[in-house]
Design a protein around this ligand. Structure first.
Ligand SMILES: N[C@@H](CCC(=O)N[C@@H](CS)C(=O)NCC(=O)O)C(=O)O
Length: 218
């Protein structure tokens, strides 16, 4: 039995959960409080504190570097999903960087604006503010809220090249889903998590791809 330790708002966790559902894996999801990494630290014997972390019997898998995709590759190998074909390694590595840095950097801020709604526990929520302010400075959440319209425009601009790619084929780099499709679905899942947004209608190819991916995820 595979267990995914995660938070449901985390883009990287959403990608792995959807991948497991696409694989029709008999997996179990453990949702952790946003700021409580005790289980991650214990499972990794103090070597990791981020989410997601995957446990498969006595094997525990986590990311060894920022661009490693160790968990996705493990799921891919275990279920024979063919998400990382050799011929697409280069383009997927480049595209994943764009998705996980440029797109994610704006998408998470738009979702974080509504953190009080999606982190109900007072302690957990305040620790989230601490975590964000240590990284982005005091008052960052209020600044993002004040700049919401600009952030939204910026997100759409960064999604535009992906929409253009999707006007040429059913999925980002192929006629079937590959790793980067799950990667992007996770980032968009995080952006949409608060329930306050929907995908811009004018990005129609992205919109149709999103629907296809949701069907595949079951
Ligand atoms: N490259 C890693 C990144 C994982 C990651 O950055 N997770 C975030 C949550 S979305 C995290 O745990 N950050 C550290 C923290 O919250 O303390 C992956 O793909 O899994």
């Amino acid at each position: 039995m595979i267990t995914l330790y995660q938070h449901p708002a985390s883009p990287f966790c959403i990608a792995i959960d959807v991948m497991l559902r696409y694989a029709k894996a008999d997996h179990h999801v453990v949702n952790l409080p946003y700021s409580d990494r005790r289980l991650i630290v214990e499972k990794s014997q103090g070597q990791y504190y981020k989410i997601p972390l995957l446990e498969d019997g006595d094997r525990v898998i986590w990311e060894r570097s920022d661009e490693s995709q160790d968990i996705a590759r493990y799921v891919d190998r275990t279920f024979g999903l063919d998400l990382f074909p050799q011929a697409l390694e280069g383009i997927q590595a480049i595209l994943a960087r764009y998705i996980e840095s440029d797109v994610e950097a704006v998408g998470f801020k738009l979702n974080d604006i509504y953190y009080e709604e999606w982190i109900p526990d007072l302690y957990d929520r305040t620790m989230m503010v601490r975590h964000k302010e240590r990284k982005f400075g005091p008052g960052c959440l209020a600044t993002w809220a004040a700049n919401q319209d600009d952030l939204q425009r910026e997100l759409e601009a960064r999604l535009n090249p992906l929409d253009q790619m999707l006007s040429q084929r059913a999925f980002l780099v192929d006629e079937r889903p590959r790793f980067v499709d799950f990667d992007l679905l996770g980032i968009l899942g995080n952006y949409l998590y608060s329930g306050h947004y929907h995908l811009p209608k004018h990005l129609e190819h992205l919109d149709r791809w999103h629907e296809r991916m949701r069907v595949l995820a079951g």
